[in-house]
Every structure is written in C-alpha cells, then in structure tokens.
Design a protein around this ligand. Structure first.
Ligand SMILES: [Zn+2]
Length: 287
C-alpha cells in the first residue's frame, strides 16, 4: 500500500511539473489507473487546496494583468465542451461573478449567458437593484445567483458592527423586494473584510463571496485582457471577479465562456459552485 501511495505521489508530482523540468526526470513507471485513482484523486484535491492558498496571497502581491502584455489568442478546444455544469459533483466548475450592477450593460450580458447556456453570479448594489427589479427577476428566472454587494459600496472593514449590518440588510432587502427571496451571499466591496464582517455575516446566516481570480477589468477596460486574465487564472473551483457595468467586460463574455470550456472548465453560479456555504465564512474559491 505504501509503495502504491509513494508511486502515485511521484507520478502526480511529475505530471504537475512544467514540461522542461519533467523532461529531465527519469522515467517513472505508471500504475494502472484502477489501483491508483482514489489515491491520486485525494492527492489532487489536497494539491488544489494548497494552490488556492498560494493564489490568495500571490493574487494580491502580483496583479494578473501586466501593463503592455499582449493578450494571447483563446486556446483551441481540447475536448468536447461540457454542457451539464460539471456533472454531479461539479468538479470542473468555476464561478464567474459580476459586481456593481445591475446597469445598462446587464441585459446584454444576460443575453450572452443565455445563448451560451452558461451561468454566473451578479453581486448587486441596493440602489441599482431597486432601479432595475426586472433585471433581478430575469437573473433569478434564468438560474443565476444574485449576491449582495451592499447598499453604498463602502469598505466594510472600516465600519462598526451596526453599520455593516445596515449595509447588508439594505442590500438583502432590495434583492428580496425584486425577487421575493433573499441571498446567501455577500460580496464585501473591494474584498475588504475583517472580524466584524465575519461576525455580522455569521449572525445573519450569509457567507462572504470573495475571489481568487481578479481580472482587473475596471482598470484598462480591454476585452482581451479581461478574457485572458479570467481564462488563464481560473482552475477548478475558482471564483472570477468581473464587473457588468463595463461594456468591455460584457464584450469579453463569449471569450471567457469559450476559453474556460476549452480548458475543460464550466462557468456556473455561486449557488452551484458552493451548494452549502458556511455562514460567516470567507470563500476565495471552493475548498
Ligand atoms: Zn464593487
């Protein structure tokens, strides 16, 4: 058993290394898939968790979009495109999320998602939600997740418990008024959270939807950059941050969806990615 585990780990590590490094390794005998699949699955899962933690730090230290960097063309499809949202366990799912709306571009984005049979999450601000209840109704009817991006987009980590509570309550009330149902998800503006936000969200039974892939789409307003950042940064379980108030981001939606699918990933809603979120928890990705 120990020999199988060691061999499986060696094979996995070798497979995970870049091609150049891999070429320098000695030949390692592969185990039959049937005897090592379970072990490899578990190791894969743990590796993904470790990568997510590294990416949490590196995404803050190293922005994904380098100035002047040329966006590569969308990768060629490698396998048949999934259409079932990742099967029973959603192993290949990625949550694509859009903040700060709804706005003038949101309907166009909903059209694109519908045409591609893809799902997303919309983190709405209360005044905009109150202004466009028809858009929230459409989001819900078409299977997207609606999240609470607060009332006035303040940095929640600078506010008191009571102020955070009011920001969240107002956002939730706007969503409930439009759709008849509240939301399990709060997205703290700027990703600014702290122990107070943890406590308020825990007390309200909602969870924090943060992200591990920041497209920085608000900055250079370049569709190719939005697409390459989203697609290159995403792995199974990722949460991708975008904003549906920018035409360039909406323009990129087809490329994002096609690019993710070409990597074997399926864009889904937050409720699909994380069916039973823990109240108060900060989710940067699944896992
Ligand atoms: Zn925002």
């Amino acid at each position: 058993m120990r020999r199988i585990l060691t061999s499986a780990l060696t094979v996995l590590i070798a497979a995970a290394m870049p091609a150049a490094a891999h070429a320098q390794l000695p030949q390692i005998p592969r185990l039959p898939a049937s005897s090592s699949a379970d072990i490899q699955g578990e190791i894969n899962h743990r590796l993904e968790d470790a990568r997510a933690q590294v990416e949490d730090f590196s995404s803050q230290a190293f922005p994904h979009t380098a100035p002047g960097k040329k966006a590569p063309a969308a990768p060629a499809p490698k396998k048949p495109q999934p259409r079932s949202e990742g099967g029973v366990d959603c192993a290949n799912c990625v949550a694509i999320t859009y903040d700060d709306g709804p706005g003038a571009e949101t309907n166009r984005l909903l059209d694109k998602l519908k045409a591609k049979n893809a799902h997303a999450s919309f983190m709405v601000i209360a005044p905009s939600a109150e202004q466009h209840p028809e858009l929230l109704k459409r989001m819900k009817a078409e299977g997207h997740t609606i999240g609470n991006h607060t009332k006035s987009h303040r940095q929640l980590n600078t506010l008191s418990y009571e102020q955070v509570s009011q920001e969240i309550d107002a956002g939730n009330a706007a969503i409930k008024k439009a759709t008849g149902q509240g939301t399990r998800w709060v997205r703290p503006p700027y990703g600014a959270t702290n122990a107070t936000v943890d406590q308020v969200t825990r007390d309200k039974g909602v969870s924090q939807a943060l992200w591990d892939v920041d497209t920085v789409d608000w900055k250079d307003r370049n569709s190719e950059h939005v697409c390459s950042s989203a697609v290159q940064g995403a792995r199974a379980g990722s949460i991708v941050l975008m904003h549906d108030i920018h035409p360039t981001t909406v323009d990129a939606a087809d490329c994002v969806i096609d690019g993710l699918r070409a990597k074997g990933l399926e864009p889904v809603s937050m409720d699909r990615l994380l069916r039973t979120p823990v109240a108060g928890k900060r989710y940067y990705a699944r896992g």
